[in-house]
Design a protein around this ligand. Sequence first.
Ligand code: ADP
Ligand code: ZN
Length: 732
Amino acid sequence: MLFDDPDFKETIASVLVPVAVPRAYTYKVPPGISVVPGTIVRVPLGTREVVGAVWDGEPDAAINPKKLKSITHVYQNTAPLDADLRRFVDWVAGWTLGAPGMVLRMVLRSEEALEPEAPVAGVRRIEGAEPDRWTDARRRVLETMEDGFAWTKSGLAHAAGVSPSVIDGLLQQEVLEVVSMPAAPPPPKPQLDFSQKPLTPAQQAAAEGLVKTFDKPNGSVTLIDGVTGSGKTEVYFEAIAEAIRRDRQALVLLPEIALTEQFLRRFEQRFGVYPAEWHSEITVKNRTRVWRGVASGDVRVVIGARSALFLPFKELGLIIVDEEHDAAFKQDDRVPYSARDMAVVRGHISKFPVILASATPSVESRVNAEQGRYTLFELPERASGAALPDLQAIDMRMEGPERGRWLAPGLIKALLETFAEGDQSLLFLNRRGYAPLTLCRTCGHRFQCPHCSAWLVEHRFQKTLVCHHCGHNEKVPDACPSCHNTNTLVACGPGVERIAEEVSDLFPQARTLVLSSDIAGGPERLKREMKIVEEGGADIVIGTQLVAKGHNFPKMKLVGVIDADLGLAHGDPRAAEKTFQLLAQVTGRAGRVTGGGRGFLQTYSPEHPVIRALLSGDKHAFYQAEIEARRVAGLPPFGRLAAVIVSGPDKGYAEGYARALVRAAPHDPAITLLGPAEAALAMVRGRYRFRLLAMAPRQFDLQSYLRHWLSIGPKPTKGLRLQVDIDPQQFL
Ligand code: ADP
Ligand code: ZN
């Protein structure tokens, strides 16, 4: 009948669906329903239904309406995604050459959150009603309810110390009635004046500077470059306070979940409440609550991993990226994006301040600050007044340990002294497990992953050999699988477990603790152990890069780096920068509060510029040299890089395709194409990998070039995959 009406005009809308397609699709809008850009809807897609969002841009009116499918459901309880967030999604997709739907998918992570939270059934006293007979239990229940509030049945039974049947009885007699209660009250608001530490003059100046950035009409980016322990957290807390004062929400991004626990407590000390958490380890229930709370505005401050950047904040007004140099802010799979850079973009779109903080900023951020694009605040001294640790190299060629041992005598002596003083030490080695390579002494057989070109790493606690790239693991065999001799397997080189073994030999009385992301017990155990270290409950901690990041361990006095050369050999343009950052951070754990910290770097190349820069403590000289080298080589941030990674199950075919792709590249004098070269990790999960690298000057629109190239180049077939990585951080 409707369709016979001559005045009836079919309405259609663009809907972005969370799959890898290049643009929004057109759908019919059922009569009587109105949608606006951003409205979250369900639509049929192939044989399934998916959640998507009505998107900007004209729907395709040329499609025969008979062929169009209809929106099947409109989520009325969630506000439409706002224009800034939609622009952000499109921007990230354009920058990464990703599908906008895949970026939207990061926004719509929490499907449960789209429905209103189901109310909880509660019970309440009916005024004036009395039970037919008074028992002790009934009296206790009614006394508990004297305040007149509604209770959940189980909560009431528990509080009154009765069994639930007592409450059922009172319901039956109509003394109590069932009411529906809101599922959870909104979280309490942070209290601006709960407790503020008196700031040092340098902190105060930086905090005031940050507060002023809120007045800039177009937003701003500020870099806080402050030495380890300079109190950057206290400084940016004042920016959070300002955001709250201005009725804005704030987001703090941290690179590591293991850091959140300490952050939560510090936030609570400052603001009297906990902020909301957002990362992969939170429960579905909490994820749902946080998503809703962020969208409704009930949640004012979120602390999270990089994915928190895609939450639908109602009125976001500040993003802080702490440890901004950290590689964990880069997502390497699906949509490869840098959360630090995209935080800057989100701030730019919505015109609010973004704060980057680090003791060892990325070269990119340093250059941006020096060239005036970012405001810079430096905190050259520790808040406690403690001196930075005194660093020393141990030349392993001359002062190294005997064969099969990993701790040099000089380091052992320092450990002994620290232990005798009752202080804490940290031994740092960025290698999980017991040994990075296992081989057979008789035939030389090496244990390799069947799916990756990588050695299997022995994990002695778990008695397994593990691939750190795909997770493949096998039991350590009794006999060599190649020559079948028994007891011939030897572990080559150290991992943290092996260092722990040596420490137990040397210091049987010391309380030792291994901190590594793969210890049994998962994140819960890791959190507990971090707290133990923080409270001084361990004497010698042996850890991977996990301990290098931002932790505050007040009792730690000594840091020994087992292999300071480990990161320097990588064929990565950022190898020097990354090694400097990692080692400055990890040695920065020493003596943060009380001073008197010491650090030892075990190295075979004490003359290397990175090691020398660390020893001299002249951070600025290191940055200046590194910046100059990048400028000369045209490397980021003075030039732009993009990697194209081709992978496939057939090696020859993948390589042939990569070559054909290079041949199809449009000539442009601004572009230098390198490769294809077999990737350093030539095979991962059974797929052979070839890398191409495109280099361009800074002003060059590399994305447009790549888009054009890939559109005219050969299409990947036969299981080939093509991944574009703008500004790659990993060169494996
Ligand atoms: P950063 O993040 O710069 O490494 P933190 O913010 O973690 O430093 O601070 C290091 C330590 O100094 C913490 O224990 C912190 O509580 C303390 N601290 C920071 N600022 C002050 C201050 N103004 N007064 C007293 N202690 C402070
Ligand atoms: Zn593997």
